[in-house]
Design a binder for this molecule. Structure first.
Ligand code: RFL
Ligand code: PHB
Length: 394
């Protein structure tokens, strides 16, 4: 079979939010890109994932020409609730930081990005297979793949590995220089989406002796709820009625009373873990987003970190192609990792303090309760949480 040859400046592996946003920012600067994505577009657009956008992510998306619907259809949140021992207190984001976050689903962001990319006539291959990277050391790096039974070869200046936690890009960072830092938490999140009115107009992060629960939303008639479950639990163990019962127990009483229950339209289980890969660059290959790091969802940081990576990486490419300077590209891994590490601590803290499992000793549970009681009283501690939640400045 003859191989079809293509050329571009930046080849992007992965058409999730990180890859799409990178292509969007670069194309607006007349830098050529080609995206290859393992799944169909329908599949990518069906995934229900992140819900909270940091202030910086909203600004970045607006500057990339894809912020319009965040403002019209997203919901601005100036604070959120934490509950412990069935009583809640509020973290006032805007009073503490002057900033807010937006609740706007990753699914919607991906729709906006695909629309914008289509408008710019971006080249995007879907359902690609057998992706292979080579010649990372030369000025003609290669990405080979198969799509609709045709073999392709892209030669390019650079490759962006935006292929998420199951991608292949990270395998091309040589073992002898790659470091992986991993925390496996002893629990999962069971999440449901339902066509019901959200139980509160702000998110509720609930710590309870039976385990953590989160009340979130997508819009005024679409709720997103999560409960902590053991790794051994499967979706089949949690019919809707049982889920609502358990959620009700874990939420503070007044919310349990008003909780609207309905049929779930999506149900999924996620194992919680942290993973950080270092470095995020090898020769002409740059990793971004979940391809380089995974955060537990408690701090709502995964997508936001993917976007801050793309901010730094796009600045690097723009500086190289427009000013001939490689400095920002050479510093990409160092600069991006600095922000990643700042976020790891917050995500780990949020996860540890709010969850409860059999593996926690009584000492740990009591210390968590005490720390939450202190947080409730201390404006200074709340300010620190608020600053992290709205996002560390780029
Ligand atoms: P993605 O979204 O996984 O996209 C990677 C894409 O690469 C494709 N791919 C390949 N393509 C070509 N060749 C290959 N060999 C390929 N292998 C894979 C995949 O099909 C896919 O389309 O990674 P990206 O772009 O880095 O985006 C990261 C975010 O998706 C992720 O960090 C967030 O969803 C995490 N997350 C949250 N982040 C937040 O900032 N705020 C939140 O509120 C939040 N909540 C969540 C979350 C993640 C969750 N789950 C399901 C893990 C809640 C949950 C429950
Ligand atoms: C969500 O709405 O999916 C969501 C919100 C906040 C989180 C995690 C997930 O911390």
């Amino acid at each position: 079979m003859k191989t079809k040859k293509l050329h571009t400046q930046v080849a992007i592996i992965g058409g999730g939010p990180a890859g799409l946003l990178l292509s969007q920012i670069l194309m607006r600067q007349n830098i050529e890109t080609i995206i290859i994505e393992a799944q169909s577009r329908e599949y990518v657009l069906k995934r229900i994932r992140a819900g909270v956008l940091e202030h910086g992510s909203v600004e970045l998306l607006k500057n990339a020409g894809v912020g319009e619907r965040i403002i019209t259809d997203g919901i601005k949140h100036d604070g959120f609730l934490i509950s412990s021992e069935n009583k809640s207190f509020r973290i006032d984001l805007s009073a503490a930081t002057g900033k807010s976050v937006y609740v706007y689903g990753q699914t919607e962001i991906t729709i906006d990005l695909y629309k914008a990319q289509d408008k710019m006539k971006a080249t995007i291959f879907h359902c690609v297979k057998d992706v292979n990277i080579s010649d990372l050391n030369s000025n003609k790096s290669k990405v080979q793949f198969n799509c609709s039974k045709e073999n392709y070869e892209i030669t390019c200046d650079y490759i962006a590995g935006c292929d998420g936690s199951m991608g292949i890009s990270k395998n091309y960072i040589p073992k002898k220089i790659k470091k992986s830092h991993i925390i496996n938490y002893p629990f999962s999140w069971l999440g449901i989406l339902s066509n019901t009115k959200p139980v509160n107009d702000e998110l509720i992060y609930a710590s309870h002796e039976r385990g953590f629960a989160l009340a979130s939303m997508r819009n005024e008639n679409l709720s997103r709820y999560y409960i902590q479950t053991p790794h051994t639990d499967k979706i089949e163990h949690w019919p809707d009625e049982l889920f609502w019962e358990e959620l009700c127990i874990r939420l503070p009483k007044p919310y349990c009373r008003t909780l609207e229950r309905g049929k779930s339209i999506e149900k999924s289980v996620t194992k919680l873990r942290s993973l950080i890969l270092e470095p995020m660059q090898w020769k002409n290959l740059f990793l971004a987003g979940d391809a380089a790091h995974i955060m537990p969802p408690t701090g709502a940081k995964g997508l936001n970190l993917a976007f801050s990576d793309i901010f730094y990486l796009s600045q690097g490419f723009i500086s190289y192609y427009k000013k001939g300077s490689s400095t920002k590209l050479n510093n990409y891994s160092k600069v991006a990792l600095k922000r990643v590490w700042k976020t790891v601590g917050f995500s780990k803290w949020m996860t540890s303090i709010l969850h409860n499992s059999n593996e926690n000793s009584l000492i740990e549970r009591n210390l968590n309760k005490l720390e939450l009681a202190e947080l409730k009283k201390s404006e200074k501690a709340q300010k620190l949480v608020a600053e992290q939640y709205v996002g560390v400045a780029y």
